[in-house]
Write a protein that binds this ligand. Sequence first.
Ligand code: FMN
Length: 352
Amino acid sequence: MAAQRITELLTIEQPIIQAPMLGVSTPKLAAAVSNAGGLGSISVAASTAQQARAAIVELRGLTARPFNINLFCHRPSPVDAQAQAGWLEHLRPFFAEFDAEPPTELRDIYRSFVSDPEMQAMLLEERPAVVSFHFGLPDKAWIVALQQAGIRVLACVTTPAEAGLAEAAGVDALVAQGVEAGGHRGLFTPEQGDLGIGTLSLVRQLVSRGRLPVIAAGGIMDGAGINAALALGAAGVQMGTAFVLCPESLANEAYRAALKGEKAQRTQITTAMSGRPARGLPNRVFSEIGGPGAPALPGYSYTYDATKALQAAAVARGCHDFAAQWAGQGAPLARELPAAELLRVLVAEQAA
Ligand code: FMN
């Protein structure tokens, strides 16, 4: 019953959303999922409005079906020159391993949608079927305007309190992200801490509110996982890690090898990669850079700018020990299949 609501709401055949994954999902991946009856997604959080429009146009060339455009709604971090300087000094010896210097200053590399009226105007013109938000919400008036343009609006939440804010802002459905999930925790206010609620508990609590359809996200890797989420009352699922190994994803060889190896069994959450907590395959950013004694972080996304510079220096020397390889706790169950085939397998497993 509940599953029908999300397929009807989003006009898709299967209650399966391929998660937007910045740096991993592509128009090809999203289109393959949408064409197979699910909802494909891309994130345009690192794009200008013009680049995002080009991605939407590319997607439209690959599928006539609905797809989801994802945006980050973080409250911009204050510029903290002292923390930036301290962090760059902390990173200096790691850069030195590759005969490189840390950057002299850090940039806020991801513009928040909440202060990007050009992006909002572009969405109102292009009218993708679905828009989803991570890290919070834009103004209610912006949500209403998107809906009046015929766009369905989804918001990721990690607690019942965040669900209350999303309900009050009038979104169409909640993405309930459990602590098992790969990638960034969708926390609205990470400085207030992370309750770390699991998918099972969160979905059930949000379903019991009875207000909005709930899309379960975190640790769902196969048909049995989808059925379990639907049995809890979820109206659909959002799956990220399950799609990382698809040939249509941007994951490089090192990421794929790590995800297929023993690291998949011990994903961890770190704040040291970007300045916000995120779950991934552990490496030296988790254990050394973010380890005990690390200085104060310069905030999201300044921290990410620093790590990306270090990654670039390391990768230039063939070292992938500092790369962001996001993955959830279900990582050992990831399968390397073309996206359309993965969709077919998931649907068959659900029916079995
Ligand atoms: N969620 C977003 O809303 N936007 C993103 O750009 C984003 N990037 C992600 C990148 C990767 C590689 C992964 C694995 C997840 C990402 N997520 C992102 C989180 C997903 O939306 C979703 O919550 C998560 O994948 C669900 O857990 P699972 O990975 O266990 O399926």
